[in-house]
Ligand binder design. Structure first.
Ligand SMILES: N[C@@H](CCC(=O)N[C@@H](CS)C(=O)NCC(=O)O)C(=O)O
Length: 230
């Protein structure tokens, strides 16, 4: 199967925002061409297609560019109807979008920040992050209590993609910082969701390899801590 005419994804291997887009395209069975970007030396194409943020991911559909992972996911969902990622019910759809926004605005930033701090600040950061993880567990319990293996169904959908794309990053941060974020005692629903997700071939094939990401996060952490100490 060739790629859909002109469908290209500019991404970077370690970016969970890019992995979201790859997962959505693969789950819907849409072929695309992948262009790896060097973010230290961004291509003119990336700057041209995303002049506002100059970030990946950028999806180019027949010459037209779409930036921001969540916007791209919604574009893909609206354009290719096979394998719907969002629930049909409008209220459930709103809930999915609410929790996706919570993940991006609360959980991801606290996860990224603990990778670059230490001491008392780290302790405070971890507590804040654990509280956000606990809130996510409550969301699974109360908002999506259908007893399905994934957030809103029997197969992975929008929220599984948004949150699950960060699976490798979160595992690597756990190891680099030396903290257990997803503990079966505190968040059993998230633990069983993770184990259902990580065995799916599409996730296995798309998520960043653990060792490679761990190496990158450790070196990022060392540099960040060193620059704060001087
Ligand atoms: N909100 C954006 C975030 C994208 C983002 O932060 N991309 C990073 C890679 S993970 C990037 O391109 N960074 C380059 C830079 O900041 O110059 C999204 O959801 O797509």
């Amino acid at each position: 199967m060739g790629s859909v005419k002109g469908l290209k994804l500019h991404g970077m291997w370690a970016s969970s925002f890019c992995i979201r887009v790859e997962l959505a395209l693969k789950l819907k069975g849409i072929p695309y061409e992948y262009v790896e970007e060097d973010l230290e030396n961004k291509s003119q194409m990336l700057v041209h297609y995303n002049p506002v943020y100059k970030k990946v991911p950028v999806l180019i559909d027949d010459g037209k560019s779409i930036a921001e992972s969540m916007v791209i996911l919604e574009y893909i969902e609206d354009k290719w109807k096979d394998y719907p990622l969002l629930p049909e019910d409008l209220y459930m759809r709103a809930k999915v979008q609410f929790w996706a926004k919570f993940f991006d605005e609360k959980l991801l930033p606290s996860c990224h920040s603990i990778a670059r701090i230490e001491g008392e600040e780290l302790e405070k950061g971890i507590n804040e992050l654990l509280e956000n993880v606990r809130t996510l567990e409550e969301c699974l319990e109360k908002d999506f209590s259908g007893g399905t293996p994934f957030f809103h169904g029997e197969r992975p959908g929008f929220l599984d993609i948004v949150i699950g794309a960060s699976f490798s990053a979160y595992k690597a941060i756990e190891e680099a910082v030396g903290v257990q974020l997803v503990d079966p005692q505190r968040v059993p629903l998230l633990v069983s969701w993770f184990s259902a997700l990580k065995d799916l071939p599409v996730f296995k094939d798309t998520l960043t390899p653990h060792d490679k990401l761990l190496c990158r996060i450790k070196s990022f952490r060392e540099k960040a801590l060193k620059s704060q100490r001087v």
